[in-house]
Write a protein that binds this ligand. Structure first.
Ligand SMILES: O=C(O)CCC(=O)N[C@@H](CCC(=O)O)C(=O)O
Ligand SMILES: [Zn+2]
Length: 335
C-alpha cells in the first residue's frame, strides 16, 4: 500500500511524509496537504463531479469514525476502492487524537464560522486551518459539494445513529439528502433552526456544501468499536466515492425527524442540570419538568409537547450549549 494511505499512522506518530504526492497503479492521486489532511483525486477523465469531504476526530476520543476513514483510505491506497469523486480526508484534532481525549484546551467544534478569531491556542489555529482546507477543497465551481463530519456521542442513546443538519437563512433542507442518510443507516435527523459554530455548520453556511454531523454510537477507545455497526454507512460512502450509488428513492424509509425547540445554554458556574448522569440521548421529558437552573433565578422548564433531550452536558464552558431540547418534526418544510 502507498505510504500516504497510512494517514492515521502518520497522524498518530506526528510524522510528515517524505513524499507529499503519490499515484496508485490505477492513476489515483493522493496528496498530503498537512497534518491529518489528505486529498484524493480520481484519474483524469474519470471524475464524476462530486467533491466529498469526510472528517473525523474533531473530537479526539471519537475513534469509530476515525477507524472508518482509515479503512476507506486503505481501500483507496491499495486499489480496492476506485475513486471517481474528489475526496478530502481530514482528521480534525490530531493532538487530541494522540491523547485519546475530546479536546486539549478547548472544543474545536465550537470554534468555526469565525469563532477561532475571537480565541487563541492551537485548537483555534487548527479550526482556522480546517476551514482553509475545506475552503480550498470546495472552491471549484459547478461541482457537487458534500461534507460528512463523523462523530460519536459521550453517552448512550435511544437512537444510536443520527445526523444533525445545519441551518442557513433562506436555504431549505433537502429531502434527497435525507433519503441518502436513511440509506446509509441513519435512524433520525435533527433539523437545526439557527446558525451554529460547528464544522458542518461552516461548510453548509459558508461553502454551499450539503453538510451533516453524523453521530455514530458511543465514544470508545481505538480497537473497542465492535458494537458500532457502520456497515451501511461504509457501503454508502464507498458508493459515493466510486459513483456507484443506486438511484436514491425519495422515501425517507422510517427516518425520524426532529427540530430544535431550544438550546440550553450554560451561563455561569451556578448552572445545574436536573438530569441523571446516565440519561440517554433522545430521552423524553414531560411538560413542566424543571430541566435546569442557572444564576439570576434562570429556570429552564419543559414547555414543549413530545420534548426530548440530546447532548446534555453540564461540564461545558460557560456560554456554550449544555444540551438541546428537540421535538418531532413533520418534514413539511423540506425541499
Ligand atoms: O455526546 C455529546 O454530548 C456530544 C457529541 C458531539 O460531539 N456532538 C457534536 C454535534 C455537532 C453539531 O451540533 O452538529 C458536538 O457537540 O460537537
Ligand atoms: Zn464529537
Amino acid at each position: 500500500m502507498l505510504a500516504l494511505g497510512k494517514l492515521l499512522e502518520l497522524t498518530l506518530t506526528d510524522h510528515e511524509p517524505a513524499e507529499k504526492t503519490q499515484v496508485t497503479t490505477r492513476g489515483v492521486r493522493l496528496r498530503w496537504l498537512g497534518e491529518g489532511a489528505l486529498e484524493v483525486r480520481p484519474p483524469e477523465g474519470e471524475d464524476c463531479g462530486l467533491d466529498l469531504l469526510l472528517s473525523a476526530g474533531i473530537h479526539g476520543n471519537e475513534t469509530a469514525p476515525i477507524e472508518l476513514l482509515e479503512r476507506l483510505l486503505h481501500g483507496v491506497a491499495n486499489g480496492k476502492i476506485k475513486p471517481r469523486a474528489r475526496v478530502l480526508f481530514l482528521f480534525g484534532n490530531p493532538a487530541a487524537i494522540r491523547k485519546g481525549e475530546r479536546f486539549i484546551e478547548q472544543d474545536i467544534n465550537r470554534l468555526f464560522n469565525g469563532r477561532h478569531e475571537l480565541s487563541s491556542g492551537f485548537e483555534a489555529l487548527r479550526a482556522a486551518e480546517l476551514e482553509q482546507f475545506a475552503r480550498v477543497f470546495f472552491s471549484k465551481p459547478e461541482r457537487t459539494r458534500l461534507h460528512y463530519d463523523l462523530h460519536t456521542a459521550i453517552r448512550g442513546s435511544k437512537i444510536e445513529q443520527f445526523a444533525l443538519y445545519p441551518y442557513k437563512e433562506g436555504r431549505r433542507h433537502s429531502r434527497r439528502e435525507l433519503a441518502r442518510l436513511a440509506a446509509a443507516g441513519m435512524e433520525a435527523v435533527l433539523l437545526q433552526s439557527k446558525s451554529s459554530i460547528t464544522f458542518s455548520a461552516f461548510t453548509y453556511e459558508q461553502l454551499d456544501a450539503e453538510a451533516f454531523t453524523l453521530e455514530l454510537g458511543k465514544a470508545r477507545p481505538f480497537g473497542q468499536n465492535e458494537e458500532v455497526n457502520l456497515d451501511r454507512l461504509e457501503a454508502r460512502l464507498i458508493q459515493l466515492i466510486e459513483d456507484t450509488e443506486p438511484q436514491t428513492e425519495q422515501s425517507l424509509d422510517g427516518l425520524k425527524l426532529f427540530s430544535v425547540a431550544r438550546e440550553i445554554i450554560k451561563h455561569s458556574d451556578s448552572f445545574h442540570l436536573h438530569l441523571p448522569a446516565d440519561i440517554e440521548n433522545f430521552s423524553e421529558l414531560s411538560k413542566g419538568y424543571l430541566l435546569a437552573e442557572d444564576l439570576a433565578e434562570t429556570r429552564w422548564v419543559v414547555e414543549e409537547e413530545g420534548a426530548r433531550i440530546i447532548f446534555p452536558n453540564p461540564k461545558v464552558k460557560n456560554g456554550l450549549r449544555a444540551g438541546i431540547l428537540i421535538v418531532p418534526d413533520s418534514g413539511q418544510r423540506l425541499a
